[in-house]
Structure formats: structure tokens, C-alpha cells
Write a protein that binds this ligand. Structure first.
Ligand code: ADP
Ligand code: ZN
Ligand code: ZN
Length: 654
């Protein structure tokens, strides 16, 4: 007798499809099925007694001998699909490595990551580390969340290593997530040198075969440790015993396209399902996690001092209002000179790549704007191009002003390229290493930069926020932060939280050895309250004042938000569509949910599409989600739905 199968096709469609099979196929297996005129890959979700459709097609073939998705992972994916109101097919597509998604065999080509020579640390753990480790080990066989709040260099990674050792001894697996690919190599190196197990990593810079091998080795329990960026949260690990999220506060754990999930938030669900502890490490906890501590949902473990006895850096503020028209204050240059002549390294941090952010006319004030976006074109020196960082549109710079026809066009402001150029005129015999998206595009480029820095010779490192995270440079004596003012003026309500985290993180790069490091922050707003806290390394106190403000304003984490974004070539279509949704939502009539909008975002036009936002907010998460679920059932009736593109973002962060 034929069996009816419910199959998820790996596309963003809000429904599943029924097929027939002449033989029994287990739930979680991949099948190839006819779909329209094509044959596509799908995953069997359930067996059905009967279908609502009359003429069912037969599956084309079974792709897996054993189910590729086991029950725990499928349950986890279903939960995610429901919470984010996102089609299960696309959720599964996000969870599978590319080769499985496109129907290739689930076979390991090359076993990698096997254990190598193990070293012992040449120190004993501190009291604070021991307390943290003991507390977590005490709960190894149950669900519990821990915020490992440790200042930069306090030995959080050492805590992870010791926990991993114990968990491995019990025959269990460990999942570690980091916010950025560039942090994986050093983490892998440290784990390999200490743990006698197979360690695999998963991220988008590895080729598809390597990622598949890693996935399957995790699934069949060969790999004891899986290290990856956010999508590794979906790796099947039958013996999962511990989840670690490093740099918990980092917004890279939130995916910003397609299936917009937060790996950090989902980790709690995964840990709950597996009934295991989860450890979230950071020097600058997010307000969400601090609130969870206050609500006693998770336990805070504190490492208040640097592990090797090094002092936290001394932070100085420079008032740029009194400096004349330059990116580098006299004080900054003097300090740099001093550290470099002591044989140390210095790092300057500027959050803009390219040469200069403005190309303008000195006569009439005209500025070069992108033809397709509401944004200025950024001048890039080496290619002599103006580039839009929103839509990647490029053009050759105008020679004369299109507005007044004068030959009076100039650049204004600084990006990494111009800073590098200015620095080389001040420090002509010191190597300058620029690290931004333009210099790290090629594979291994970042690793090569790190090798040069780790050689320990004096140099000036110029970088964007890529450099702010986790890196440990032993010879770095000083950090200069050049353009914090953008963060102070940010329109995102999380702007100051992010800026404080960034400043503390960047500062944490300085002076990891026994010498106290130094940090210089240049600003035109030295009296801003954020600096009272940052200068004294009092992140937690700053975070509590922010938490109080959020509580008063009933903003997250004291309420829950959802964003509906629509965009279209024709402006009023996007706006009208959201107005239609807003009306629909008001009819659903759940009082506890507030609806704002449609409103225009800061950048209204991107790549020739006009954007509008509709915000939903409630202190009652259930009510909010109930409203969204009802909305989802009615979206087919929206009259403009074919004229716009739209998405739903649950717990948005941007
Ligand atoms: P974090 O992850 O908190 O930034 P790390 O784990 O990288 O800190 O530790 C910072 C430095 O201190 C590393 O070089 C590490 O080897 C060293 N370290 C860690 N724990 C100790 C300890 N108990 N005693 C001495 N040094 C330590
Ligand atoms: Zn553009
Ligand atoms: Zn002009």
C-alpha cells in the first residue's frame, strides 16, 4: 500500500505538500519530488492517514538511508519556525549544509579535526574561575543558563576549556558559537591544544564539502566539539552536553536576511530541549541577559579581574571641539609616538571603510549621492571610485560639480584608507596594517594580517569594528577610537548600549600583558553620560541606568517587538500595504499590542526600493505572537501583496 508523506520543500512557502511513496520512508529523510516542472529536494515531516488533495504525485526518490534530521532537531526546527512565524521549508534550508540542501549524498569525504598534541596550561586557575567552573559543573545534567560575565582577558576561554574537558569525559558533545568567522581560527587552535577530541568547525568560508563533513561528524558523534558561527546552532548533535555562546552581546548572532533568527535566543530552547546547561560569556552583557539575571532566569558568574594580573586599561577622553580640522588630535599622535618608540604596537579604530565618506562641492555644497539609495557615495582612493555601501553601486567621480559646473569638488571626512594615508605621513618608517572588509576579502587575508601582528614588531593597526572582537594582541599597548560620535547620535534605541559595548570591547584589546594599556577616545561630545561609565570601566552601572530607562519607556527587554517591513519600487504601494496590515491587525483587536506606523526608516530608499516599517510592541509576548499568527492566516487576502516584498522580523535588533 502507498504511504502519504507530508513534505517540506526548501523554499519560502507557507505550506507543506503531500506525496505518495510505495515504500516506508522515515520522518526526517530527504526525498526528491516533482514540483511544478522541476524536481526538488524536500524533507519528510510526517506520515498522513489521508490528504486534502485528490491527485497526489509519487516521490521521485529517497535520498537518505537514515533520516538526516533526527527527532530532537526536527522538534527544534518546528519550534523555530513557529516562533519566528517563518515557513518550515526555509527554516530547514537554513539548517542544512548546502550539499544536503541540493540533494548530494550524506557521506563523509574526509575525516578531519582529529585530536593532536595536548598541552597543559602553565598556570593554575584563579579563585573566580574555579567558582564559576564548579557552579556550572554542578548543573551538568540539567537545563540551566549562566551568564559568564568576565572583563576582557579574565580567562573566560579557560573556563570554557575546563568545562569542555569534563563534559567530554562524560562522553558528551559541546557546541560553541562565536559571532564572527575571524574568531574561529584562534579559538580552534586553543581548543585543539587542550582537548583530546575531534573538533570540527562550520562557517561560510569553508567549502561545501568541508561543511558537510563537519555536519555529519557532529551528527554521528565523531566530533566532540563543534565550533561555528550562528547557523551552527542547527547542527544535529545526539550527545549534546553543553552549549557555549561567546561574546553573547554581539548582534551578529541575529541573522538579518531570510529566516531572521537569533542564535543566542534559540540556544536557550535547544538547551531546554536537551536538558543541558548553557553558558553565555561576555565582558559587556546585553540588557536582555542582565534582565534575565534580575528575573532569576539565568545565573550570573563574575570574573572581575584579568586572569594574568594585568590591569584594565587607562581610558582618556579627548575633546575634538578644540582640535583644528583633523582626524588625529595632537595628543593622540604624541601618545602613539611614545608607545611605538617603546617597541609596542598601537591600534586605531575607525568605523568606516573607504577613503572619505563625503564627496562634495566647496562652492555650492552639492554632495555626491547614490542614484538608487538615500545615501552618500563613499570615495575609494585605490580604485578611484565612488561606491554606495548600501547597494554596491559604483561610479567614476564627477570632475566638475553637476550643480554649479565649477571644478571645486573635494572629499570630506575620514575612512580607513585616508587614515592609513595620513598616518604614513606622520609615521613614515612604521608599518601600517589596515584591516577592513576591503583588505580581508580574500581567504586567509585576515590570518595573514594576524600573523604579521603576532610577530610582535612595532606597527600601527588601522581597523573597523571587525577588530573590536575577541582578539588578543600581546604587544598592543594603546588603542585610539576616532569616531564614536555617530554612535552617540544613533537613532536606534539600542545605539548607546551598542556603543558602550564597543568601547569597552575595543579598550579590552589594549595592554593584555603585564603593562597597563592605554585607550584614547576622541569625541565632540565629551560631556555625554556614557563616558562617565566607560572611562572608569563601569559597564555594569551604565547598563543598569539604561535598563531603568528601558523599563520606564516599556522598551525591550521590558516588552517584545516585531517589525513588519515592506518595500517596493512604487513608494505608496509599500506604505499602503502596511496600512492594510495595520488595519487588519487593529481588527484582530488584541488590546495589549501596540501598533506604530507605517513609518519611514532612516534610509527610505535602498537599491531603488522604498521601505516602510510597521512596529508591533507588547509586554505580553503571547498576545503579540497570537496576533502575528492570525495575521499570517490572512495575508493571502491583502490586495497589494503581489506588488511589494515584505518580511516579518521578530525581536528586531536594528
Ligand atoms: P577572555 O576569554 O576572558 O578574554 P582568556 O581566556 O583569553 O580571557 O585569557 C586571557 C589570557 O589570560 C590568556 O592568555 C590566558 O592564557 C591567560 N589566563 C587565563 N586564565 C589564567 C590564569 N588562571 N592564570 C594566568 N593566566 C591565565
Ligand atoms: Zn546605493
Ligand atoms: Zn557646486
Amino acid at each position: 500500500m502507498s504511504q502519504i508523506l507530508e513534505v517540506a520543500i526548501l523554499v519560502p512557502l507557507n505550506k507543506t505538500f503531500d506525496y505518495l511513496s510505495d515504500y516506508k520512508i522515515e520522518v526526517g529523510s530527504r526525498v526528491k519530488v516533482p514540483f511544478g516542472r522541476k524536481k526538488v529536494v524536500g524533507v519528510v515531516l510526517s506520515h498522513k492517514e489521508k490528504s486534502n488533495f485528490e491527485k497526489l504525485k509519487h516521490i521521485d526518490k529517497l535520498l537518505d538511508e537514515a533520516p538526516i534530521l533526527d527527532k530532537p532537531i526536527l522538534d527544534f526546527l518546528f519550534w523555530s519556525s513557529k516562533y519566528y512565524h517563518h515557513p518550515i521549508g526555509e527554516v530547514i534550508a537554513t539548517a542544512l549544509p548546502k550539499n544536503l540542501r541540493i540533494g548530494k549524498d550524506a557521506i563523509i569525504k574526509k575525516v578531519v579535526g582529529l585530536a593532536s598534541k595536548i598541552e597543559k596550561p602553565n598556570f593554575s586557575i584563579t579563585k573566580a574561575q574555579k567558582l564559576a567552573i564548579d557552579e556550572i559543573l554542578f548543573s551538568l545534567d540539567k537545563y540551566r543558563g549562566f551568564l559568564l560575565h568576565g572583563v576582557t582577558g579574565s580567562g573566560k576561554t579557560e573556563v570554557y576549556l575546563q568545562l569542555a574537558q569534563t563534559v567530554l569525559c562524560q562522553g558528551k558533545q559541546i557546541l560553541i558559537l562565536v559571532p564572527e568567522i575571524n574568531l574561529i581560527p584562534q579559538m580552534i587552535a586553543r581548543f585543539k591544544s587542550r582537548l583530546d577530541t575531534c573538533i570540527v568547525c562550520m562557517h561560510s568560508q569553508r567549502n561545501t564539502t568541508q561543511n558537510l563533513d563537519a555536519y555529519l561528524m557532529a551528527k554521528n558523534n565523531t566530533a566532540g566539539v563543534v565550533l561555528g558561527t550562528r547557523s551552527a546552532i542547527f547542527t544535529p548533535m545526539p550527545n549534546l552536553g553543553l552549549i557555549i555562546i561567546d561574546e553573547e552581546h554581539d548582534s551578529s548572532f541575529k541573522q538579518q536576511s531570510g529566516f531572521r533568527y537569533s542564535a543566542r535566543d534559540l540556544c536557550f530552547i535547544r538547551a531546554k530541549q536537551a536538558n543541558i546547561p548553557i553558558v553565555l560569556g561576555t565582558a559587556t552583557p546585553s540588557l536582555e541577559m542582565l534582565k534575565a539575571v534580575i528575573d532569576k532566569k539565568i545565573t550570573r558568574l563574575n570574573l572581575a579581574k584579568r586572569a594574568n594580573g594585568a590591569q584594565l586599561p587607562k581610558i582618556n577622553l579627548i575633546d575634538m571641539r578644540t582640535e583644528t580640522n583633523t582626524a588625529l588630535s595632537a595628543m593622540l599622535i604624541a601618545k602613539m609616538t611614545q608607545h611605538l618608540s617603546n617597541g609596542k604596537q598601537v591600534m586605531l579604530f575607525i568605523n568606516r571603510r573607504g577613503y572619505a565618506p563625503v564627496y562634495f562641492c566647496t562652492q555650492c555644497g552639492w554632495k555626491s549621492e547614490c542614484d538608487y539609495c538615500d545615501s552618500l557615495m563613499i570615495y575609494h582612493r585605490f580604485t578611484n571610485r565612488l561606491k554606495c555601501h548600501h547597494c554596491n553601486h559604483e561610479k567614476i567621480p564627477e570632475q566638475t560639480c553637476p550643480n554649479c559646473a565649477q571644478q571645486s569638488l573635494e572629499v570630506f571626512g575620514y575612512g580607513t584608507q585616508r587614515l592609513e594615508e595620513t598616518l604614513s605621513s606622520h609615521f613614515f618608517d612604521t608599518p601600517i596594517i589596515r584591516i577592513d572588509r576591503d583588505t580581508t576579502r580574500r581567504k586567509k587575508a585576515f590570518a595573514n594580517h594576524l600573523t604579521q601582528i603576532n610577530s610582535g614588531k612595532p606597527c600601527i593597526i588601522v581597523g573597523t569594528q571587525m577588530l573590536a572582537k575577541g582578539h588578543d594582541f600581546s604587544q598592543l599597548a594603546m588603542v585610539g577610537v576616532l569616531d564614536v560620535d555617530g554612535g552617540l547620535l544613533s537613532s536606534n534605541f539600542r545605539g548607546t548600549e551598542y556603543l558602550a559595548q564597543l568601547l569597552i570591547q575595543v579598550s579590552g584589546r589594549a595592554g593584555r600583558d603585564n603593562q597597563q594599556g592605554e585607550v584614547i577616545i576622541q569625541t565632540r561630545y565629551p560631556e555625554h553620560q556614557i563616558f562617565n561609565y566607560v572611562l572608569s570601566n563601569h559597564y555594569t552601572q551604565f547598563a543598569s541606568t539604561l535598563l531603568k530607562q528601558r523599563a520606564q519607556a516599556k522598551m525591550p527587554p521590558f516588552s517584545y517587538q516585531a517589525l513588519i517591513c515592506a518595500h517596493a519600487k512604487i513608494k505608496h504601494n509599500a506604505k499602503e500595504f502596511l496600512q492594510e496590515i495595520a488595519n487588519l491587525l487593529k481588527n484582530i483587536n488584541i488590546n495589549s499590542v501596540e501598533i506604530w506606523g507605517p513609518v519611514t526608516p532612516i534610509i527610505e530608499k535602498k537599491a531603488n526600493h522604498y521601505y516602510f516599517h510597521l512596529y508591533l510592541q507588547s509586554t505580553d509576548r503571547k498576545a503579540l505572537h497570537q496576533m502575528l499568527a492570525t495575521l499570517n492566516q490572512h495575508t493571502d487576502s491583502l490586495s497589494l501583496k503581489n506588488k511589494v516584498r515584505w518580511y516579518l522580523d521578530i525581536d528586531p535588533v536594528e
